[in-house]
Design a protein around this ligand. Structure first.
Ligand code: ZN
Length: 296
């Protein structure tokens, strides 16, 4: 059994747009779901039911991916952060992405380095540097820091894109009613490697209790925010029946009794979309050529 990960879909997906880089075009997801030999199965501990699809982060894009999966006959697990839904505040990385897209400066000095924001590589290096610094901050500090970065980028009034806006509680209720399995991504989207034992347990328990209180959901699965820091052995029992990483450095399979490393689907589906765009453009080109020849 494989466990797959997505962050959501957008309708007007555009390559190179920072606010789109973790999402996939909706048609590409729908094509992929229709073409699978077997539908994605519900999570089960003994892993015999088949591959599992998971979607992370409480955004509208994530909700759209979950609904698309349900409409096409697939089971799906949605890992959400309670803080974003309860507060209505966006993820700091959503604000950062919007600010990078809306930048009005050519370079920034940040963390002792000057980033020339001309090529894709340097823009990614800046994003990675900022994201790494903000990921370990308390959630309100990370949002404040992202707002300051928007000013640094010359985009102080920037607004988070619609698809990255946090879900409302009633939208989450509708997803549950549609058969989406709602699970725990922790209270906020913090890097757990920066937390001591007590804070890590609190982060998991607060997320789980909010889901119980607000949605009557028994969330017994946990996806690690950012997906790369393992849960210390002596705390693994406290985070739930199973927990999930997404670490490209490790094999994408079950790593221990409770830990699964997931496969990212995002790049595959983005590539699928580029290929199908290329094929349809090529068809249009020959079609136009054919018509011209006939006319000439
Ligand atoms: Zn996440």
């Amino acid at each position: 059994m494989n466990v797959y990960l997505l962050h959501g879909t957008v309708d007007d997906w555009t390559p190179g747009r920072m606010a789109h880089q973790n999402y996939v075009p909706r048609p590409a997801l729908e094509t992929y779901l229709r073409q699978r030999d077997r539908p994605f199965a519900a999570w089960c501990r003994d892993a015999t039911a088949g591959d599992v699809l998971t979607v992370d982060d409480a955004t509208r894009a994530g909700a759209d991916a979950c609904l698309a999966a349900r409409q096409l006959g697939h089971e799906v697990v949605f890992f959400v952060n309670a803080f974003q839904i309860a507060s209505g505040q966006p993820y700091f990385f959503s604000l950062l992405d919007a600010a990078i897209d809306a930048r009005t400066v050519d370079s920034v000095s940040y963390a002792g380095h000057t980033f020339v924001l001309a090529g894709a590589g340097e823009i990614q290096r800046f994003r990675r540097s900022a994201k790494t610094n903000l990921a370990s901050m308390a959630v309100s500090d990370a949002l404040t820091a992202a707002t300051e970065l928007a000013q640094l980028l010359g985009a102080p009034e920037v607004r988070v894109a619609d698809h990255q806006q946090p879900l409302l509680l009633n939208e989450l209720c509708r997803l549950r009613a549609a058969g989406v399995a709602i699970e725990n991504h922790g209270w906020s989207h913090v890097e757990i490697g920066a937390l001591d034992d007590a804070a890590l347990v609190q982060h998991v328990v607060d997320g789980r209790e909010w889901l119980q209180r607000s949605l009557s959901v028994e969330a017994n699965l946990y996806a690690v925010p950012f997906g790369v820091s393992d849960v210390p052995m002596h705390l693994q029992e406290r985070v739930g029946a199973a927990y999930f990483l997404c670490d490209a450095r490790l094999p994408p399979r079950r790593l221990s009794a409770r830990c699964w490393n997931r496969r990212e689907l995002t790049t595959k589906l983005q590539t699928m979309n580029r290929l199908s765009s290329y094929i349809s453009l090529r068809a249009e080109f020959y079609d136009a050529g054919g018509r011209r020849e006939a006319k000439d």
